[in-house]
Ligand binder design. Structure first.
Ligand SMILES: C[S@@+](CC[C@H](N)C(=O)[O-])C[C@H]1O[C@@H](n2cnc3c(N)ncnc32)[C@H](O)[C@@H]1O
Length: 333
């Protein structure tokens, strides 16, 4: 078997399909970046005043924490208008962290993260508004690197990042297990992957998967949730811990029709690279406070809301995730 550039495959048809998908996705998002949005996808780009709206139907209209709403006011309107994600992959406790954003697009999340990691943090990844945001924040800590996620290890060394985020991108990549393996490699021990993406809750017909509009709009390539869980476990991640989960629907009429009997969700999840710490079977932990936006309560995932100074029993996976990561300093264990 020979290795053929972007994806190794013994099957040349498969390689051609992968290559074509990559070209189509790149073109699709290049046009979106130029302002050629698909006709009915404008719902994804909320004006600033709509960021507070609440809806169970759309992850983009979920309530944003107050401190993020404040940062959004400092972000350039062109950047906000070109947002094309499916959630808010901004975890807590970022001060001083080194963060990588995979598939940053116009950079909304990058600039939110840039503000949150602070002067001594670092954020790698979109370019035109670098100086605008450096002026607003009073420091410059963002780099943008053009390249394919599948090859991120060619740009960065193992054990480099505290946090890796991504917003509606991994569903567009052609070799998802490889992407997660590389994320694992680039995270420091105790590092967190915190990302939003689309998932199919039940298998999807092959004809739908191969339809280019469905693929480019983040439905066709979405992992089946159970497959995603298996991939994470096989690699060795702790998690996935689900932070948000919403029905994932298109605003494009053909896609609304084609997905009406399918079951897609948009989820924001946490994954942790363990650092070797092993907790007891039923450990007790207590949140001691101190995290911006989580002063009284830390919402770790849909099952765990840690109220300040309340000791609770958790699974060893949850305890290991917390005690091996940057969250350890905010907990008594
Ligand atoms: C749905 S958009 C999301 C953009 C951005 N994260 C946001 O929230 O606005 C998907 C982005 O991923 C990029 N992308 C897709 N596949 C990629 C790959 N294999 N490597 C790098 N970027 C990729 C696209 O070019 C596009 O910018």
């Amino acid at each position: 078997m020979s290795c053929c550039g972007q994806k190794c495959s013994s099957n040349s048809n498969e390689y051609e399909t992968v290559r074509q998908i990559q070209i189509d996705v790149k073109e699709y998002y290049k046009n979106i970046a130029k302002g050629d949005k698909p006709p009915f996808a404008g719902d994804c780009n909320l004006p600033i005043d709509q960021y507070t709206a609440t809806s169970l139907e759309c992850p983009l209209k979920a309530p944003f924490p107050e401190y993020i709403l404040e940062i959004l006011k400092e972000i350039h309107p062109d950047v906000l208008a070109s947002f094309y994600g499916c959630g808010l992959p901004i975890p807590e406790a970022l001060n001083g962290c080194k963060v990588l954003d995979l598939g940053s697009g116009a950079g909304r999340d990058c600039y939110i993260l840039s503000k949150l990691v602070g002067k001594n943090g670092h954020h790698e990844k979109a370019k035109q508004y670098l100086d605008y945001h450096a002026d607003k924040f009073g420091y410059k800590n963002v780099d943008f690197h053009l390249g394919q996620i599948e090859k991120m290890d060619e740009k960065f060394s193992p054990n480099t990042f505290d946090v890796i985020v991504s917003n509606c991108v991994i569903c567009l990549t052609n070799d998802k297990p490889k992407v997660f393996e590389k994320v694992y490699e680039l995270l420091k021990p105790g590092g967190e992957m915190y990302f939003s993406d689309g998932y199919a809750m039940k298998p999807v017909p092959e004809s739908f998967r191969n339809w280019d509009l469905a693929y480019n709009e983040c439905f066709g390539g979405a992992l089946v949730w159970d497959d995603f869980v298996q991939i994470c476990r096989k690699i060795g991640f702790l998690g996935p811990f689900i932070v948000q989960s919403y029905p994932y629907r298109s605003t494009i009429p053909e896609l609304i029709e084609a997905t009406k009997d399918l079951d897609f969700v948009a989820r924001t999840v946490r994954l942790f690279k363990p650092d070797g710490t092993k907790s007891l079977l039923k450990p007790q932990i207590a949140y001691t406070g101190g995290i911006l936006g989580s002063e009284e309560e830390l919402m770790f995932d849909l099952e765990h809301r840690f109220k300040i100074k309340q000791s609770v029993g958790v699974s060893s996976d949850v305890a290991n995730a917390i005690t091996s990561s940057r969250y350890a300093q905010y907990f008594d264990a």
